[in-house]
Design a protein around this ligand. Sequence first.
Ligand SMILES: Cc1cc2nc3c(=O)[nH]c(=O)nc-3n(C[C@H](O)[C@H](O)[C@H](O)COP(=O)(O)OP(=O)(O)OC[C@H]3O[C@@H](n4cnc5c(N)ncnc54)[C@H](O)[C@@H]3O)c2cc1C
Length: 357
Amino acid sequence: METQEFDVLVVGGGPAGTVSALRCSQLGFNVLLVEKEAEGRHKPCGGILTPACVNVIQETLNTSIPENVFCSPKKLGLYYIPPSGKKNGGSVKNYELFNVERSLFDKWLIKLAEKSGVQIWYSTKFMKLKQFPSPETLLMKDKHSFKIKARCIIGADGVYSKVRSCLDPPMRMRTMRILQEYCKAKGDFENYFYVVFRSDFSPAYSYIIPKNNYYIIGAGFNENSPKTALLYIERFKEWLQKTFGFRLFSLEKREIWAIPYGFTFNGSGNVILVGDAAGFCNALSGEGIRLAIESGIAASNAVEKAMAASKSLLPIYNEYIVWINDFVHAMYEFASNLTDDDKREEFVRSELSRIPF
Ligand SMILES: Cc1cc2nc3c(=O)[nH]c(=O)nc-3n(C[C@H](O)[C@H](O)[C@H](O)COP(=O)(O)OP(=O)(O)OC[C@H]3O[C@@H](n4cnc5c(N)ncnc54)[C@H](O)[C@@H]3O)c2cc1C
């Protein structure tokens, strides 16, 4: 079997993997990124970017998101609705979110990585990992197997990470699943990302996002049965109808995926995890893209330092991501301990405006 060698192997072509690969390549390393899907894969997502996310792209990647990646409306406010209803909710002051088409956003990022010299293999699946004496992996492309030796491996393969499951000990992620529907519909909505905290619609949150000529409606659920999710979303839509005059014309698509929910794991030895694979997602808001990008940047900085000092990667990476781990756990504690009474208070609303999502 053919064996190829790289400085860094990145598994997964979402924001975490792409940014890790891009930055490692800019730092002068020879990088291979493998993505199991064909070019232009779709990731179930609301496509909402926080100002902090847009800033980190601008400052660290030294570039701006191109106009064609944004949806209409490009900017949205955040409208918070507590269990007691719309009249007690409202827009979070001075808060502006960015509305992107997620598949275009990912495509733009991966093209940046390609331009910076990263080798990208699409339709290539990471299968197996041997960590000792040095990291070695088995990849599968078009029914052919490849052995890749790399000095460092960055697992960026999402919430159901195969890289994570190959580590010793293998870790299972705690998750919150989310049902999303793409609807052609009408309603008295303004330019807001509406987030609703009502436990009869979701144990976490439900939301509606205007996007081009349709709306994305979503609700988190933690039972195994998709039937529960359908019940939640039907209740939510009935409430949207009563509250905003929501009228559904056609349901274009329905999808279920998961977010990591308050559990993190950073890797082992010279194999580290970034983004959803590491569990980096905000349990209160579902925001993961910024943490994916921030952890990708941290991973590349750690690779540079570890390689220069010929040291093991994980301890160095751990130092760079203390704040991400702390943030994820704090948001999980906060979100999972809220009672409906708490949610009724102004409390959540003021917290929402305070937190740098
Ligand atoms: C319904 C929903 C809505 C969301 N909405 C938002 C939002 O509005 N804003 C926000 O900030 N966050 C949102 N999130 C969270 C956000 O989508 C994730 O946090 C983000 O995608 C994480 O990026 P990532 O690069 O870590 O993983 P991913 O984007 O999941 O990328 C992982 C990549 O790895 C590839 N891969 C997997 N296994 C293998 C393998 N064995 N070999 C090779 N490649 C592999 C996958 O094909 C994929 O391309 C949402 C999540 C969900 C589920």
